[in-house]
Design a protein around this ligand. Structure first.
Ligand SMILES: Nc1ncnc2c1ncn2[C@@H]1O[C@H](COP(=O)(O)OP(=O)(O)O)[C@@H](O)[C@H]1O
Ligand SMILES: [Mg+2]
Length: 303
């Protein structure tokens, strides 16, 4: 049985915007237009898409916070609407932006508090809190108040909290957004650890480059639908995402720039440098341009 199974999820939001004193304008957002996906045990699935694509809405439905208009979803076989309580017992959730921590309490006290909410005894909650603080590398800051935590530390504490009841399925909404490269890396390492433990992880992001290293499979979501699915490599190929390497050769009076397109810039750079040095030449300037995922999204979303 799949850890996560979603079939044709639809969700529409209707909101009213005041225009003038009395008149209101009705706005309809078709957030999900038939999202289907599944996540296997021990798999990290990345739901990728631009802002407003429907990522958070999907996560909220899968974690029982929102009810779909139609379609269904099951977590370990439990229906997210009809068996919401069972689902809540087996999922861990990190939403962005994260709320609910007590700023004056320490990281340790916060985790113990949430452990108690999940019904752990005080002793068990404390043991679990210590274990999780070690896991997310915050044991050194266990007794510092939450308000003194940096963004990266807060992100790690959120993951610790999501694991307090040892859930086999974990949802992470934009786990690395706004984090510096070092913190992002430690979050990615944590996610790899969850996978090694056999958990199923579904994360969302708007940056393929950020998550390609941790995701086994990626689904590109746009206009409320999963438009493309595959391994990160597969997705990059199908989107035609290529790095562009630009190189200027020293002493080349015409200022000629060599341009090479590649999906593997590290290997390609080595090859080019060997070739140039082999010919007794030197590089005067070099630039590697990252491909724009935005452009690729636009191409996919507009068919
Ligand atoms: N509570 C809400 N009320 C009205 N519209 C919403 C609400 N939540 C989301 N939407 C709309 O649904 C669409 C999808 O939003 P969301 O799932 O948050 O996208 P993402 O997480 O990919 O940025 C957007 O157009 C958004 O404006
Ligand atoms: Mg979102």
């Amino acid at each position: 049985m799949n850890a996560v199974e979603a079939v044709e999820l639809r969700k529409r939001f209707i909101s009213y915007e005041r225009i003038g004193l009395i008149r209101r304008r009705k706005t309809i957002a078709n957030a999900l237009n038939g999202v289907s996906l599944n996540v296997k045990w021990g798999e990290v699935y990345g739901l990728l898409g631009p802002n407003g694509a429907g990522k958070t809405t999907t996560v909220k439905i899968l974690s029982t916070l929102l009810i779909p208009d139609s379609g269904f979803a099951r977590i370990n076989g439990f229906d997210v609407v009809k068996e919401a309580k069972k689902v809540r017992g087996i999922i861990g959730l990190v939403l962005y932006p994260d709320k609910g921590f007590y700023s004056r309490l320490s990281g340790f006290e916060n985790l113990v508090y949430f452990g108690r909410l999940y019904g752990l005894s005080r002793g068990k909650a404390e043991e679990r809190a210590r274990e999780l603080l070690r896991l997310v590398n915050l044991d050194w800051a266990a007794n510092r108040p939450y308000e003194e935590y940096s963004l990266g530390m807060r992100a790690r504490l959120s993951i610790a909290r999501a694991l307090i009841h040892d859930p086999p399925v974990v949802f992470l909404d934009e786990p690395t957004i706004g984090l510096d490269p070092v913190s992002s890396r430690s979050i990615r390492d944590l996610i790899k650890g969850l996978k090694r433990e056999g958990r199923a992880v579904l994360l969302t992001s708007h940056n393929l480059w950020e998550v390609e290293e941790v995701c086994d499979r990626v689904g590109i979501i746009g206009s409320g639908k999963v438009l493309m699915e595959g391994s990160p490599r597969d997705i990059k190929d199908r989107l035609g995402l290529r790095y562009v390497i630009e190189i200027e050769i020293e002493g080349d009076s015409k200022g000629k720039v060599i341009r090479v397109e590649t999906t593997d810039p590290v290997a390609e750079l080595k090859r080019i440098m060997n070739e140039i040095e082999g010919n007794g030449l030197r590089i005067s300037r070099m630039r590697v341009n990252e491909p724009s995922l935005e452009e690729a999204y636009i191409r996919v979303v507009s068919g």
